[in-house]
Design a protein around this ligand. Sequence first.
Ligand code: ZN
Length: 216
Amino acid sequence: MKCPECKTENIQGSRYCKKCGKKLINSEDISVQIEKKIEKVAKEFGEAADRLGRKLEHGVNKSGNSFNQWNDKVFGIFGPLVWSFLALIIIRIFIFGMEAIEDDFVVAGVIGSVLYGYLLIIFTSILIGTYNTYLLRKYKKHYQLISPCISSICFIIGLWILSKIFSAIDAEIDFSILKLLASFIETYLILIFIAAILISYGAMLLSSPFNKKRTA
Ligand SMILES: [Zn+2]
């Protein structure tokens, strides 16, 4: 390889020119250096993203906890009831909105009428769900044994209503994929329910023994 300064031919791989002592640039060295630099930048980026993620998670947890504390302090045991009624009002307004545009969007009218038909079930399900998280927060030690079961019930009710919406849309505009989905959900509802219970209890069993060890 040639020295860029004095043009003397040097042995391949030499770091300095044997004549003038100028540092020689090896093409292999450059690619290794670039690789190292990219690696370093990627590592730094990864670390920064990790720090940001942890900061965000901490912030969300903190604000979630302070919201829960405020919520429990102000509403106490009636908190879930208050939020469920608020959800009911929002869903009712949503149904009004769907009815308002049903002349232009038939599907909106269908969704609105299905939701209206199951409003009591939806409200009850939300109520059970919010009390479930409240009781889990308050009496974690004992309540965590039945909590996964309750969440699975809420999940399956939601899925069942979704299948009703799908088949109602299919009845109105002949959307066969939705019909297929709806009949799949209805056929396997019990199996999906059992799977949901198993998954949520599995998740609980996986997380709680380690949590207990950590806090003990
Ligand atoms: Zn030289």
